[in-house]
Design a protein around this ligand. Sequence first.
Ligand SMILES: Nc1ncnc2c1ncn2[C@@H]1O[C@H](COP(=O)(O)OP(=O)(O)O)[C@@H](O)[C@H]1O
Ligand SMILES: [Mg+2]
Length: 376
Amino acid sequence: MKPHETLQPDPWHFARPELADAYLQAFDLKLSSARGLFARRRMGKTEFLRRDLLPAALEHGYLVAYTNLWDSRSSPDSALVSALAEALEPQGVKAVLARLGKPIRKVKASAKIPGGAEGSLEAELSTPEIDRASALRELLRQLDRQKKPLLLVIDEAQVLARADHSDFAHALRAALDIRKDRIKVIFAGSSETTLREMFARASEPFYNWAALESFPLLGEEFVAFTIKLMNSMARNRLTLEQGKHAFDELHRTPEFFKRFIERYMLYQVQGAEAALVHTRASVFSDENFLKQWSGMNPADQAVIALIARGETDIHGVAGLGRLSALLGKPATKNTAAHALRRLQTQNAVTRLALGDYRIEDEAFAEWIRRRSAPLR
Ligand SMILES: Nc1ncnc2c1ncn2[C@@H]1O[C@H](COP(=O)(O)OP(=O)(O)O)[C@@H](O)[C@H]1O
Ligand SMILES: [Mg+2]
């Protein structure tokens, strides 16, 4: 079962065939074999990749593999291995499992469970007994035998930049390096900083490997499409101007705009402005962030505030100085170390490399930067 095949048709999806073609054409021209795309969260990356790019690539004669590493932050290696397995026919996966010396459980040929036989084959490849690096090697060998080239889409790829995934990332890069002709890769992510570091830092496995560019954002055409579709169902129609106004007010965020449309559809008599007020209040409510923030002790708050501002050397003299200033009392290396450990346990912060930390949720980071701005 391939991810794009499990998607239900969505009449509200604004298709972007030209954009999909542009990416595929660039690969055809062999100008590059890998691209990195970034845009903030909720801007339509995943939807484009799964609903536009992957189907277009299939049509263009590619095998396709998609994985969203955000869903498998702790084990991006198994996620990638099973995504690659999904690109293969069941026979291919069986061959890989056989090469890995893994006995294949008997799967009833007649069983027509959704995602059935194939699903379980893929799952078998990502069980703990199987060595990820060998699985990767064998899968790629199997993919080498296919006539079709492969398009590998790695969504939220910045997860690979984490120090604990470094070995696998190196293995992946080495494997992809020698297959640039046959495997095209798209890295997408929500954190520009982290993606940049992935490709721009000499010590990183993907150093200099992909050109990084911003993902073209949805704009007026998307608004016009959505308003038109909505008007075909609504009693009280909205003008394009009203739609554009709402889109702007919602920071041109497709996800929030769709929520506005939904709210308007349900409460048309209240009017567009009321729907907008409601949507703004619900999406920009900082209730959740405030809750997360209030649950932290002062040292954790101070440390995460420093990280949000791009401070890396928390343990250093300057870092500890700033930490003390924020806390209003002297901070020691221990203060910093304990706070960092707690923040990592809560999944608020990730360690990218020695002494280099990032806040997992960019929106939370942004929220912290805004609230702590006067402290600067
Ligand atoms: N092309 C599109 N057409 C219609 N709605 C879209 C489109 N792209 C994004 N959206 C809306 O925005 C939401 C967030 O998009 P998503 O692709 O998940 O963002 P990202 O991956 O950048 O975080 C989607 O769930 C959908 O409601
Ligand atoms: Mg996404």
